[in-house]
Design a binder for this molecule. Structure first.
Ligand SMILES: [Zn+2]
Length: 316
């Protein structure tokens, strides 16, 4: 009898051990990529936002300065922010001094409260702060469906340092960065962070690689291409895109700049030729071979043509 019980307890303990092991193996982690001296990308998943990835299907990143860490984007919730903090702590024990928000989508800023209560200053462009306000209710509702109980302690804390210029120079100790408004893109009012010394850009949702970008009803496609070209004029060596792996300019050009140009040029020609919306969608899907390997092509491309058509038709 005693032997059986001992055996059962033993097997139960080994089962628990095994389950804990599985959990630790399966636990979501951001991939840390060093892109320059003291500059790191934290790369999220390219798939959908999920409970397990804390809605972190995007990239954030950080810069280690003398006096502390500058975090670029804070995740979608305090639980996601904690995950970001753990990744930073594997590189440095310096505290997060600044959090810069590049955009208004939830996973760019709803982790702000976590870092603010630890003493960080939150910084963003005025245009970003205004846009964040417009989407907050929708983003919170959507977030509750994805991250469930982890959404309970989400507190929308916006920047206390609001940048008014189109180009803002910021220095923290030995590190210099510029927060730039290149023009409206995926979300209107989004900014980019440019490190002139390292020639690294944190593009936020201005650049998508590996997965296809999404034209939303609020994404002004013509302006997005202009904003992309402004970023390209900086001639960055390295791009930490909003979504997808760390890239160079060539890859960003092929997968974001050229794609936007393809949509705009194709739709403009279709409108000039009096083509109907549905025939334009068919034609621009048939000739889109160079983009077909991008993740989500099948679910997003037709919608992107559709929205581009409606936007460009309205200004014709
Ligand atoms: Zn995004």
């Amino acid at each position: 009898m005693l032997v059986t019980m001992t055996y059962n307890v033993k097997s139960l303990l080994s089962l628990i051990g095994f389950l804990l092991f599985c959990q630790s193996v399966l636990a979501f982690e951001l991939e840390t990529v060093k892109v320059a001296k003291d500059v790191y990308a934290l790369v999220g998943e390219t798939g959908p936002r999920t409970y397990e990835n804390h809605a972190l299907n995007n990239n954030v990143g950080f810069i280690v300065a003398d006096q502390g860490v500058i975090l670029i984007d804070s995740g979608a919730s305090p639980s996601g922010a904690k995950l970001i903090e753990q990744s930073i702590l594997r590189v440095t024990d310096k505290p997060v001094k600044w959090v810069v928000n590049t955009g208004s989508q939830d996973h760019r800023w709803l982790g702000n409260s976590y870092f603010k209560q630890k003493g960080a200053e939150v910084i963003a462009l005025n245009s970003t702060v205004e846009e964040q306000r417009k989407h907050i209710e929708t983003h919170l509702d959507r977030l509750k469906n994805t991250i469930r109980e982890n959404a309970i302690d989400v507190k929308p804390v916006q920047a206390s340092r609001v940048l008014k210029e189109a180009k803002n120079q910021l220095n923290l100790g030995n590190k210099q960065l510029q927060v730039i408004f290149p023009g409206d893109s995926h979300f209107p009012g989004d900014g980019i962070v440019w490190l002139p010394g390292e020639r690294v850009v944190f593009s936020g949702d201005l650049v998508y690689v590996d997965r296809i970008l999404g034209i939303q009803s609020y994404s002004p496609v013509a302006s997005w291409l202009q904003a992309f070209n402004k970023m390209a004029n900086l001639k960055p060596l390295t791009i930490i895109p909003g979504h997808g792996s760390v890239s160079d300019m060539d890859k960003a050009q092929k997968q974001t700049g050229d794609y936007l140009a393809y949509l705009i040029t194709g739709v403009k020609k279709a409108l000039d030729d009096w083509s109907e919306l549905d025939e334009t969608v068919i034609a621009l899907t048939e000739t889109a071979d160079q983009f077909k390997n991008l993740q989500n092509f099948d679910s997003w491309h037709k919608l992107n043509i559709n929205r581009t058509y409606l936007q460009l038709e309205a200004v014709q």
